[in-house]
Design a protein around this ligand. Structure first.
Ligand SMILES: N[C@@H](CCC(=O)N[C@@H](CS)C(=O)NCC(=O)O)C(=O)O
Length: 221
């Protein structure tokens, strides 16, 4: 059985978990905390990042590589649309979101999570880049009501996993929700996905349980 390694508050971990749950692919979770420093785990995830999976054939990291592997291994699950152009548009939206929006906002996460404050220079640079890139994302994200249109697709799994962090981080660290300012009602989108997808409900419940466990452990320390 596929083992999913990582922790339930990671957006990329939850992206892969969402795929597995949504498509009824059997898996088990193995909790791996960050930071990853031991060589044995680094041999399995070369940059020390979660998620990574263990398969019968070996280990695999990088959530998009994992998604592509699952799609190829379980073709009957239709993880991507059958139409080549539609599938490519789903991948395009995901790449724009993850590489040009989420990865840029990621510079704000340390401060949001109670770590080091972002410098003024970082805040200005992130705000400028994100403003441009969120506008680009908005040009292709339809929210009608799903990310790529009328049908729930893989793009929604990625958008659900990553978009809220961008809204929260920009609001928390920059004092401005750059998604909201761009006209993206990400909270309504998240509510819709959680209302209708049992996989999303499980992800929220597991994330809350993990946060509660971590905050309990921090108080006891
Ligand atoms: N491109 C990677 C990103 C994964 C990633 O950045 N994971 C974070 C947690 S959300 C992580 O492991 N951070 C620890 C680190 O970078 O050292 C993927 O898609 O899997």
């Amino acid at each position: 059985m596929i083992q999913l390694h990582g922790i339930a508050f990671s957006n990329y971990y939850n992206k892969v978990k969402f795929i597995l749950l949504e498509h009824g692919i059997a898996f088990e979770e193995v909790r791996v905390m960050l930071p990853i420093k031991d060589e044995a785990t680094l041999a399995r995830s070369p940059l020390g990042k979660i998620p990574f999976i263990r398969t019968e054939e070996g280990d695999l990291s990088e959530s998009q590589a994992i998604a592509e592997y699952l799609a190829a291994r379980f073709p009957d699950k239709a993880i991507f649309p059958a139409d080549p152009f539609e599938a490519a548009k789903v991948r395009q939206l995901t790449a724009v979101l993850e590489l040009h929006v989420e990865l840029v906002a990621r510079e704000l996460y340390p401060q949001m999570l109670g770590g080091p404050m972002a410098s003024d220079e970082t805040k200005v640079r992130v705000a400028r880049t994100l403003t441009r890139n969120v506008a680009g994302f908005k040009r292709i994200a339809k929210f009608a009501p799903y990310a790529c249109g009328e049908t729930f697709t893989f793009a929604d799994i990625c958008t659900y996993a990553s978009l809220p962090l961008v809204g929260l981080a920009t609001k928390n660290v920059l004092g401005r929700d750059l998604l909201h300012e761009a006209g993206i009602d990400w909270k309504a989108y998240v509510t819709r996905i959680e209302q209708e997808r049992p996989a999303a409900q499980r992800i929220v419940a597991d994330r809350k349980a993990e946060m509660a466990a971590l905050s309990g452990a921090a108080k006891r320390a």
